[in-house]
Design a binder for this molecule. Structure first.
Ligand SMILES: [Zn+2]
Length: 481
């Protein structure tokens, strides 16, 4: 009985401790900024994005293929922003990638790198309300492939500097615009080559900024505000090929275990045996930044994340595929192949498992995990194009503060937090040039619009585009003057 009372007492003390800790965790007041937006010509930036979309800069599936379209697109940019590109020095990399340098007046300051990719994913015409490369403007949006991913961000970045330069702005800090041409195929022909080239020249960046972090409605985390997430790292990427080899033959007299059946069992087992969930460093940092702003129950749970970790892991992995992917390496079967004909037992069946690796784990860890699940009956090999999770960029230093300050000024009252970007960007290739690699897409978007990326009827909301230009204007002012 005494033991029972003791346990009860300890539990009560622990709850009391957690309640006090929750009450004492105070959010910094969300200050309304007195920064006045610059004001820009909406019709002009809309026309620029609309024209940019018209270039069919679809990623080359064969990296050796010839095209003029990337060069024509660059000529279009140079004509569209004459002040900027009269000043900028251009360097072509690996035929279709390019970087431009606008020199700052103070050579003691490290430059910043503004990243974007020129390429877009293909767009079969079927299902589109307008032709995908028409750049048509309707419903307060610019329609077309690349209108979000990511010509809007490239246009906003260039538009912002063009406007400032026309106002007489002279950057103290040098600005690099680095535009790859194969981000949608992992960036090894574009961004990686730019990075190698700059490394050979001894270039170091104060920070680089690419697409990635997003603006979210905070409601799903119990926050009555918008949240601007700045990607400080990205997950690793690996495709594992599973191969089941059996005696093939006529499907009218199958053996007890077939190649397809064995492969299917292996895929099923992988789906059942997911990697363990855990809070990686960037995910801990994200919840630490957001917890003070949450409603009481959420706040209690997340302020006491260290104590309630098992419960939170259970909730977050079940709540939504998105929150699940923040806590663990995901393993998704994406392709499978058996015989070429319906009446043939294939001697070999293969499948692809697409893995996005949580910060803190490695490709090798996942390979061991998959091999342990499928056993000796399946061959497991790693396909090309894999990369371990990126390092995590700092959130205490000046570069992160410049970014979060810019966001709070332009998107008045939004709460900033760091986070682990769950997809891949070109920016992962820039770690040899800086410790501060950030990903942020400065466009407030609806869930519906976000779902159109890489899908049909991709479109960029015009008000968001305008806000994105304002973001870059303020970023150059904060970082380069
Ligand atoms: Zn993109």
């Amino acid at each position: 009985m005494i033991i029972l009372y003791c346990i009860l007492g300890i539990v009560l003390l622990l709850i009391l401790f957690m309640v006090i800790r929750t009450v004492l965790t105070k959010a910094l007041p969300i200050e309304k900024s007195d920064y006045e937006l610059h004001g820009i010509d909406k019709d002009l930036v809309v026309a620029h994005l609309s024209d940019a979309v018209k270039f069919k800069t679809v990623t080359l599936q064969n990296p050796r293929a010839e095209t003029r379209v990337f060069l024509e697109y660059q000529t279009f940019l140079e004509k569209t922003y004459p002040t900027l590109f009269t000043l900028a020095k251009k360097t072509q990399i690996n035929r279709y990638s390019v970087y431009y340098v606008v020199e700052g007046s103070d050579k003691s300051l490290l430059p910043i790198g503004i990243l974007a990719h020129q390429d877009v994913v293909p767009a079969p015409e079927e299902g589109w309300e307008v032709p995908p490369f028409s750049g048509i403007v309707k419903d307060n949006c610019v329609y077309g492939r690349g209108s979000q991913d990511m010509k809007s961000q490239m246009i906003a970045a260039l538009e912002g500097l063009e406007i400032l330069l026309n106002d007489g702005f002279q950057p103290k800090r040098t600005i690099y615009f680095c535009f790859g041409h194969d981000e949608e195929l992992r960036g090894t022909e574009g961004a990686l080559q730019i990075s190698h080239h700059l490394k050979d020249k001894g270039v170091r960046f104060e920070f680089v900024l690419d697409e990635g972090g997003t603006i979210l409605d905070g409601k799903m985390l119990g926050i009555n505000n918008k949240i601007a997430l700045i990607g400080t790292c990205e997950k690793g990427y690996a495709d594992f090929i599973l191969e089941s080899v059996k005696t093939g033959g006529h499907a009218s007299s199958p053996s007890k275990r077939t190649a397809v059946g064995t492969l299917a069992e292996a895929i099923y087992d992988i789906e059942l045996c997911q990697r363990r969930p855990f809070f990686s460093k960037p995910t801990k940092e994200m919840f630490k930044a957001l917890a003070p702003y949450m409603k009481p129950v959420f706040k209690f749970l997340f302020v006491n994340r260290d104590i309630l970790s098992p419960l939170l892991k259970l909730i977050l992995t079940k709540a939504h595929p998105m929150t699940n992917s923040l806590l663990r390496t995901t393993m998704a079967p994406t392709q499978a192949k058996g015989a070429d004909a319906p009446n043939v037992l294939p001697p070999k069946a293969t499948a692809n498992i697409n893995c996005r690796i949580n910060t803190g784990e490695t490709i090798e860890d996942i390979k061991k995990h998959i091999k342990a699940i499928v056993g000796k009956k399946i061959n497991v090999s790693l396909d090309q194009g894999h990369v371990d999770p990126s390092p995590v960029s700092d959130i205490q230093g000046a570069p992160y503060k410049i970014l979060s300050k810019t966001i709070s000024e332009v998107f008045n009252g939004y709460i900033c937090a760091p986070f682990m970007f769950i997809a891949a960007t070109d920016s992962k290739h820039y770690y040899p040039l800086t410790d501060c690699v950030y990903r942020f897409t400065p466009f407030d978007k609806t869930e519906d619009d976000a779902a159109r990326i890489h899908a049909i009827n991709e479109r960029q909301n015009i008000d968001s585009l305008v806000a994105g230009v304002e973001f870059y204007i303020r970023l150059y002012q904060n970082a380069c003057s």
